[in-house]
Every structure is written in C-alpha cells, then in structure tokens.
Design a protein around this ligand. Sequence first.
Ligand code: GTP
Ligand code: MG
Length: 461
Amino acid sequence: MTNDTICAISTPQGTGGIAVIRISGDKAITIADQLFYAPNGQHILTTLTANKAQYGQIKRADQTLDEVVATIFRAPHSYTGEDIVEIACHGSIYIQHTLLQWLIDCGCRLANPGEFTQRAFLNGKMDLTQAEAVADLIASENQAAHQIAIKQIKGGIRNEIQQLRDKLLHFTSLIELELDFADHEDLTFADRTELKQLISNIKQRLTQLTDSFQQGNAIKNGIPVAIIGPTNAGKSTLLNQLLHEDKAIVSDIHGTTRDIIEDTITINNLLFRFIDTAGIRHTQDTIENIGIERALQAAQKATIVLIMLDATMPLEVFQKTLEELKAEIGDAKQIILINKTDLIEQTKKEQIELQLQNITHLFISAKSAQGIDKLQQLLIDNSQINQDYQHATISNLRHYEALKRALQAITQVEQGLNDQLSGELLSLDLNDCLKALAEITGEISSQEVLNNIFSHFCIGK
Ligand SMILES: Nc1nc2c(ncn2[C@@H]2O[C@H](COP(=O)(O)OP(=O)(O)OP(=O)(O)O)[C@@H](O)[C@H]2O)c(=O)[nH]1
Ligand SMILES: [Mg+2]
C-alpha cells in the first residue's frame, strides 16, 4: 500500500481555469513520462532535474488530450518525500478525469483521502501535529483559525512537546541514576528540591497548554453563543438575522422552536457558533420540555449567553423572568437583549433601563435588524479570545486528551515526590507522561489512529 504510486486530482471538484493532478511514488516520473510529450515530440520527464516545470502535451495513441505544465520534484525533497509529478492541465472535468484514468491505466492507484500527507508523515517529512495542521489550514475560514493552523504547521506544537519531553527525560535520567545506585545508601544523586522544581515547571506548562484548548477549540469550531429566553421573544428571528438566512422557523405561535438549531458565521475574523433554543415556559408538552432542557444545557456550555426578553412584557413579569433565567446560567458572559423595541414607547424603555443598571444590555429589534451592529461589537468584546497567539494554542481534541493524560501522570509524579516514593514507582508515571506526549507527535501511533486522522482529509492532499 505504501510502495505503489498514487495519483489524485488536487484541485476542487468541478470546472476551473486550471486543475492540478498530483502523482507520488517510485514510478511517478516514469508513468507521467509515458503520457507527456515535450515540444520536440520526445519523452523527457525522466531526464529533467528536480524542481523543474516543463511545458508539453498529454497524448495517448493518436489522441491529444491537453497542453499542460508538468512539475517534477525528486525524493526526498518533495511534499511526500517521494518522487512527485504535478500536472497542471486545463480545468475541464473531461480532461481531469481522462488524465486520471490514463494514469491509472499506466500503473498508478487512485489516492485515498489524505494519503499524500500520510506518506509525508510516514517518510518523516513532518510530525503528526503538522500533518493535522495541513487539514486545519485547508479548513481555515478566518484569520484566527488560519493563524493557529499556520503556527502548528511550522512546528509550534511539535517544539512545545519536544521541550517538555527533553525536560522529562532529564528528570527521568536523574531518577534512574538514583535507581541504579540504590544499594549505595550514602549516595544521593538527585536533589529532591531541584526535582520538585523541575516537575512543577513541567506541570505548569502542561496546564497552560490544556487550558489553551478552550480558546483553540472556540476559534476552530466557533465561539458558542446560546440565545435563550421565553417563547415568542424573537430568538429565532435574531438567529436568522445574524446568519443572514432563514435558518430557523419564525412564527407568532409560542413554542415554535423545539430543538437546538445552530450555525456559524465569522464576525471580525472570529468564528461564532450561534445556538437558537426552545423558548422557556412551563408546559405539559413532553417534547417541548425536552427542548427546554436542551436549551438550558446549551446555556450552561456556552461562552456567551444572550438572554432575550420581549420589551412589550409587563415590567413585573420582565424582572421575574430575567431573574429566573439568570439563575439557570453557569459562568458564561451574559448579555440581556430587549427585543421588539419598535413596539414600545420611550417611557417604557426608560423604565426598563432603570431596572437594568449595571447589567450588560442592549435594546434591539431583531425583525428590523436594529441594534445588530452593536450586538456584534458586544460579542467580539465578550468573546474571551486573546487575539495575540504568542504561545502555542491547542485546537485539536486528540492533542487535548493526550495532554490531559500527561498532566494527570505528572500530577502523580509530583504527589509521589512529596510522599517520598521510590524512584522505581515514579518511573511508571513518568513513562505514562512520556507516552502521552509521544502520541501527540505520532512517535507512537496505531494504524487505527492514523486512519482516523487521514480519512478526514480531502482527496488529493
Ligand atoms: N415587532 C417585532 N416583532 C418581532 C421582532 N422580533 C421577532 N418578532 C416577531 O415575534 C414573533 C416570534 O418570533 P420568533 O423569532 O419565532 O420567536 P422565538 O423566540 O424564536 O419563539 P419560540 O421559538 O416560540 O421560543 C414572530 O412573529 C416575529 O416576527 C421585533 O423585533 N419586532
Ligand atoms: Mg424560535
């Protein structure tokens, strides 16, 4: 599977100005050469030096398929570490598919999703975090997500893990020295205070990295913003307004939304994930109650909760509803939205204002998009995203889970040191920590994990 020569269309499905077909493997150049004719009518690809682009024609028997440019990369100085030919042809679907078929007829195999990158990883061109960053870079839709991915591709996470590993290895060697000479009671090699300091540093860095996941995940998958409030307040109207599309059903019937409806949109280079929820009210309807339960769960998990109230509600009800809702929300930032302000007089607005002193609030009209600009600004201000990415930010769940395991192991080591445990016992936890770190970079990996990672790539990358 890893020795054969693979090919794939690397540009998106469909017609474009040009398309790129990529071939990688031992026979990449000889196979491409069978179909490629230089302007002098000769097959010359095998004679070309590396990193060279050559104009020519793709022909078979008496059929000329296209005029193309072929670029040659030679192992190991290529993306996959193998010989690669990239053929830039005209972007007709017919040309792309015929060329692919001809390459297969000549001995290539169609690449699996992510197989080029998987080969790059297996050939040591990149570690697993860098390979994963390739997919993140392709998927990045805004500046923040792009920055995290590009940092990771340049080895940001790999270097972090490497540094941690070096510190751990140093610590382990000190402990093992102690073990080797355990019979000599009068010899103490590792100063335990120094060891404690070393472990405390490692633990601190592991904690910072795991803590950064909340931010990294929010940047990658969208900062969760839950919209909650009583039925008919205008929550779904607001969702549609923010997304610029009719995503959720809007009606004047109370209890229209039953389930969670969510979608993402980028505001000022940050991705937000808006979650519209079922209106909260006392009801006997079983399904609606499940929806309400889900609404409250969404509010618990969100970074920002928009509590939406209907400005036309009587003042007493307004205050009571607000207090009930606030009690249901966890640590999230809360923004009170007073909707349907187009329906109230100035005096009512002033009365509400009086009740909401010192609470972040905004008067809006979701229906007529009034106040939406201000709301977007409030969302950015409350996003809790620190936009300077000086330090490595973890945005990958797999890395996060391995780091948590590493942190757990190092906490055990710390505890062991405090409890004066023998070096032998400390070694066990140290090895667990090293193993968790090695899984992140892919020094230890199973086929199952690799398949899972690369199957999420697009074909041709
Ligand atoms: N006048 C006015 N009407 C609005 C405004 N926002 C929403 N509405 C209307 O209020 C009604 C309820 O709107 P929805 O968006 O369905 O309310 P909801 O909060 O999602 O309701 P549930 O799904 O039942 O919880 C609809 O008839 C909307 O057109 C507004 O700003 N002004
Ligand atoms: Mg609704």
